[in-house]
Design a binder for this molecule. Structure first.
Ligand code: B12
Ligand code: SF4
Length: 489
């Protein structure tokens, strides 16, 4: 009887010693969008931080070796992934909504070819839709995975008799055992740092390297959760309330990352600027300890005091990414964005005055937008002149309020999101705009924003300054010409 069959049968087997044999090889996989072909269209990538946290927790708590495969960053197809998984029998996948179908098929194939393999899944899609892969995998981890996966794998490796593990759905011979959710980790300082040695440093890059060596880019979280609840975002469902790590704990991780050779860090918190006192403290520590690196973070539109922006710049901040979403107040109100359009331009200028570049994102397909209001947004954005902008098609993800709203209004064209990627055609229309119009508007926005002499000059200077001709040129071409939906109108 295999270990998996033992796990799947309810006979008592108590051993306290964890059975790690040469036969048990564990790997965690960040999957690609599409089953047959890889389809990662951008030439910048951020590391799969969730998997690096999981790997570090397993190694610390169970003293086992874990490998990580970032098939998304490496652009691997399912066949290539399966070849890379050949020697592993305990396999975990991180799942987002667009990758769920691919993971489902791969899980089923692994189980068909190797009945004794133990396959588990976790990630945002599993947290939002816990049933979705419950039958395809042996175990689905809901919510924060660090503690739950250690409990699951410890039980499995010991022979498997405990099915009462909070945060896990277990598939026992086709019967799904749904355990209650696990409480969020309240003291994030207790978690081991994500293990960045598990991935290939040269697979990750940001659009601009800001003068640091290429591929020395990583992400880091100082907190989990967001205080807001925008209707198109699942943050509160994924993370609950905001929890923050202590500044010394964050500093220790920064130092570790710098020792590993990283020079550009993206603080991927939902909003690092929310707690100004904390940010102030973090910046002062960075300066006091003379830590030399450049950094990026997410921010919201607000009236920030110049002293804070000065301090951020001194501490190495070079870019903030801001979800502007729209210059139409009605559209912003309809998604509960809680920002005032009057503040947008001033906020962008304020950052840039302090030599912090703004990367603004605009959403195409908000409920209250029509052609005129969207074009006005593009015009006003150009006037505000952020360094960079992306025009992202709204994506009504299951688990978000906008999904429920568009579903009720029969606006969803398809609910199967398999393989959906950044620049694909919209999966919906709005009361005011058809899918074709949405596509046209996105293309209009890109062309208007990027094909301006001022803009072209700006990127040419950046390309010279940061020695990034190839990357900048490639991104340009991808955005303007090779994005399939942009060409479908
Ligand atoms: C960085 C980032 C990216 C990066 C890289 C992501 C990556 N992992 O490779 C890039 C820019 C490439 C990206 C792309 C996209 N992203 Co993104 N991204 C993020 C962001 C901002 C941070 C991710 C992160 O590091 N989180 C921190 C870690 C600790 O959390 P985590 O990964 O969720 O992992 C924890 C648990 O989920 C769980 N877990 C996760 N994986 C696994 C696996 C196993 C086996 C187990 C046991 C547990 C487990 O345990 C982890 C530790 O507690 C999040 C927002 C957020 N705050 O999380 C959005 C987020 C993940 N992205 C999202 C989206 C929508 C996308 C895109 C679809 C955008 C698009 N329109 O194309 C693509 C999809 C890419 C893909 N491959 O599927 C959504 C996902 C929603 C959903 N329903 O799936 C999020 C949640 C944003 C949001 N608030 O809506 N993204
Ligand atoms: S979009 Fe940003 S501000 Fe809004 S809920 Fe999500 S993370 Fe928070």
């Amino acid at each position: 009887m295999t270990r998996h069959e033992r796990f799947a049968n309810t006979y008592a087997h108590t051993t306290t010693k964890i059975l790690i044999s040469m036969k048990n090889k564990i790997i965690l996989v960040n999957p690609p969008y599409q089953y047959f072909s890889a389809k990662n269209q951008l030439n910048y990538n951020r590391p799969p931080l969730g998997l690096l946290y999981i790997a570090a927790s397993l190694e610390k708590n169970l003293k086992i070796n874990v490998d990580v495969l970032d098939a998304y960053a490496e652009n691997l197809s399912a066949a290539e992934i399966k070849a890379r998984l050949k020697n592993y029998n305990i396999i975990g996948f991180s799942v987002t909504t667009p990758t769920a179908e691919t993971v489902k098929i791969i899980c089923q194939e692994i189980k068909r070819e190797n009945k004794s393999a133990f396959v588990f899944v976790g990630g945002p899609h599993i947290t939002l839709c816990p049933q979705s892969l419950a039958a395809a995998a042996d175990c689905s981890i809901i919510g924060e995975g660090e503690i739950t996966i250690c409990a699951v794998l410890k039980n499995y490796l010991q022979g498997g008799t405990n099915y009462n593990i909070s945060g896990a759905f277990l598939n026992i011979n086709g019967k799904i055992i749904q355990n209650r959710p696990r409480a969020y980790c309240q003291n994030l300082d207790e978690l081991p740092f994500p293990d960045r040695t598990k991935i290939k440093m040269n697979t990750y890059n940001h659009v601009f390297n800001y003068g640091v060596a290429s591929h020395r880019f990583t992400t880091l979280l100082t907190s989990r959760g967001c205080a807001y609840n925008c209707h198109f975002c699942a943050s509160q469902k994924l993370w609950g309330t905001v929890r923050r790590r202590s500044a010394p704990n964050v500093l220790a991780e920064i130092k570790q990352a710098l020792d590993q050779g990283y020079q550009l860090i993206f603080f991927d918190d939902d909003n690092l600027l929310e707690n100004r006192k904390y940010l102030n403290e973090l910046c002062r520590h960075i300066l006091a300890e003379k830590l030399k690196f450049k950094w990026i973070c997410h921010a919201r539109i607000a009236d920030y005091p110049p002293r804070l922006l000065q301090l951020m710049r001194q501490a190495g901040c070079v870019e903030v990414q801001i979800g502007v979403e729209s210059f139409n107040q009605k559209a912003l109100n309809a998604i509960n964005k809680k920002i005032n359009v009057q503040h947008i331009s001033a906020c962008i200028k304020n950052f840039q005055k302090h030599k912090i570049n703004v990367w603004a994102t605009i959403v195409v397909g908000l409920p209250e937008d029509d052609e005129d209001s969207f074009k006005t947004t593009v015009r006003k954005l150009i006037k505000a002149d952020p360094f960079y902008a992306t025009f992202i098609m709204l994506f009504p993800f299951p688990g978000t309020q906008i999904y429920e709203q568009y579903k009720q209004q029969h606006l969803l064209e398809r609910v199967d999101y398999a393989g959906y990627s950044w620049h694909d055609a919209p999966v919906f229309h709005t009361p005011k705009l058809s899918t074709q119009q949405l596509n046209k508007l996105r293309r209009h926005a890109y062309l208007k924003f990027y094909l301006r002499p001022a803009s072209l000059l700006k990127y040419l200077f950046a390309a010279i300054k940061y020695n990034m001709y190839k990357d900048i040129f490639l991104n340009f071409v991808r955005f303007l010409y090779f994005t399939p939906a942009s060409r479908q109108d």
